[in-house]
Design a protein around this ligand. Structure first.
Ligand code: ADP
Length: 261
């Protein structure tokens, strides 16, 4: 049985001009433990698609199944991380993670809940900043809290919607490396939207490239063949990297060029 299956999914939204097909016939099978990146121009429907995996949105037709069960609502087996962190500003880093643990595992003892929170803040290097509130944290630190919060719930699938889009280049590379370490250690399945082809080539097992909307679909799926653990400088210097990069750029900016971007 496949792990995650997106089968003939379409999404139609009502608009003032009548129903508009946003996604049309999306088919994708994701293996357990895979790292998938999703790329495509703004508005093509990437968030809509991943929201159907998280369960916050539902297909107009077709199905999304996890371990054979149709996804019809959000659940702690699928956690999301967003570009704008979505932390509660009045709570400390610790309490932001604690609140999530408390809501999903209310029957755990206080000691168990605290241990989970501490373990996950430590995993993202935030033990020292646990008592700080989001306003006192840098963008990278806020995103670390959001990742710790998502992982503290022990999801099977981690869904990231442009998680590093607002970060400077150095912080972004640090977080990419941390994400790879966490993904390896936790044997997670990751679905991640990005606009950054280099990021996708460094992180992903497969790069899903979407055509333009309306009625967007999956244009092509690129296999990223680099061995793991990956050495960023080494792969970026390889001819395969340049070929894949050029191929993806050609897909986005020639074959599916978008005038608004
Ligand atoms: P992406 O993540 O690729 O930028 P989205 O999934 O956010 O794209 O949006 C895809 C398209 O669907 C956009 O044109 C957007 O305006 C439209 N859309 C998203 N949500 C709704 C909604 N609730 N009602 C109507 N149109 C929507």
């Amino acid at each position: 049985m496949s792990f995650l299956t997106i089968d003939r999914v379409t999404k139609v939204y009502p608009t003032p001009n009548g129903p508009t097909t946003i996604l049309d016939g999306i088919d994708l099978t994701v293996n357990e433990g895979e790292f998938i990146c999703l790329i495509g121009h703004s508005g093509c429907g990437k968030s809509t698609l991943l929201n159907m995996v998280s369960g916050f949105n539902t297909p107009t037709s077709g199905t999304v199944t996890l371990n054979g069960n149709p996804i019809i609502e959000p659940g702690p087996d699928r956690m999301m991380v967003f570009q704008n962190y979505c932390l509660l500003p009045w709570l400390t880093a610790y309490d932001n993670v604690y609140l999530a643990v408390e809501s999903v595992y209310p029957t755990y003892t206080e000691a168990q809940k605290q241990a989970i929170v501490r373990e996950h803040l430590e995993m993202v290097g935030l033990t020292e900043s646990a008592t700080k509130k989001p306003g006192q944290l840098s963008g990278g630190m806020k995103q670390r809290v959001a990742i710790a919060r998502a992982l503290a719930i022990k999801p099977q699938v981690l869904i990231l919607d442009e998680p590093f889009g607002a970060l400077d280049a150095i912080t972004k590379e640090e977080l990419q490396d941390e994400l790879l370490t966490i993904w390896t250690q936790h044997k997670l399945t990751v679905l991640m939207i990005t606009h950054d082809i280099d990021e996708a080539l460094y992180l992903a097992d497969r790069l899903v490239m979407m055509t333009n909307g309306p009625a967007a679909t999956i244009g092509e799926v690129l296999e990223i063949p680099f061995d793991r653990p990956r050495d960023r400088e080494k792969i970026m210097a390889s001819s395969t990297y340049m070929e894949l990069r050029n191929y993806a750029l050609d897909f986005l900016f020639n074959r599916y060029a978008h005038l608004d971007d």
